[in-house]
Ligand binder design. Sequence first.
Ligand SMILES: Nc1ncnc2c1ncn2[C@@H]1O[C@H](COP(=O)(O)OP(=O)(O)O)[C@@H](O)[C@H]1O
Ligand SMILES: [Mg+2]
Length: 373
Amino acid sequence: MKGEQRIKELQTMKAIAEILNESTDLSGMLNCVLRELLQLTGLSTGWIFLINEKGEYKLAADVNLPSALTRVDKHPMCNGSCWCVNRFNRGQLSRAANIMECKRLEEAIEHGYGDTAGITHHATVPLSAGDETFGLLNVASPHKTLLSEEELALLEAVSLQIGTAIKRIKLVEKEQEHIILSERNRLARDLHDSVNQLLFSLMLTARGTKEMTKEESVKEMLGYIQELSQEALQEMRALIWQLRPHGLEDGIVCALFSYGKVLGLEIETNVQGVLNIPHHVEETLWRIGQEAFNNCKKHAGSKSAKLMIEANKHVVKMQIKDQGCGFHYHEQEKLPSLGLAGMKERAELIGGDVNIHSEVGLGTTITVRVPLK
Ligand SMILES: Nc1ncnc2c1ncn2[C@@H]1O[C@H](COP(=O)(O)OP(=O)(O)O)[C@@H](O)[C@H]1O
Ligand SMILES: [Mg+2]
């Protein structure tokens, strides 16, 4: 009987190793492994928090949570603090910790949130690989307040494997990002070498042919072709710039200034403070600035715009202002299209915000603020 049990355990361990080796999708993997692990240990419930460098946690997987914890879209699991996450963030959790009382469960009981299925405590194991840490694995069972040494050792062994798998998936994600970036670069280069050159020849040919004819109506048509191809060329240039944010190596101001020039806008710049902006913030400002300039060009009917950037240790502020036609904009309204909404989204992703101020007949001001750490 003992032998059979052992074989079953080994089979489950093998299943876990396989899941961890093969998966490329983090959340699917964590859920699968957690289910297997509970089966292996005979515990009833488990959940995994992934915790980022800022100490913010996210529920990444859960199996068989009691209803007191799953109410309102698992609200009790996604909000507030708890002892295990706090200990992890203080760096006091380097190995499996035997049973801890659970703040989330205590609160659920206190507020009468519903059934806790007799669970009051849980064990906590950090997920790490080398000196990188990723989060916590928690497991529990009804009325269980202590795990055996053997159970803890098993949990630690599996957690180590999970940590290594998370690291691998993160590396793959980074690599994919790199592939996408170089693909975009390639596309930009190809567009530049092919379509752009063709449009350029078309424009020159139209111009040349126009000189060869005396027929006014043909001249007019050729002039029109010349104009159209020039416009297409300019749009193409802008598109290529968006694909490949080159220019950023010389800093955000330089890049945006050149982008404005590509669009045919006259840009007045005003820079204050020492610009030592982290790369990811710069990339975001760059994208938002591009869209703001696109809008100046497309909608404002103005040939110029002002770019102001101000930075100190705590915050960077970028403002793009045109004195064009302006438009009706209300903060509460859902944004009508992708451009403005995209600006907001991008800024919020890095903890910043965008303020849009526009008055019909007077112009538009876009202000972006991003806190720096
Ligand atoms: N600088 C601006 N000047 C005038 N109107 C603008 C400006 N920026 C945006 N708008 C108005 O807001 C609308 C939404 O802009 P946006 O979300 O960027 O979408 P899109 O540029 O694709 O139309 C535009 O269609 C335009 O009417
Ligand atoms: Mg737009």
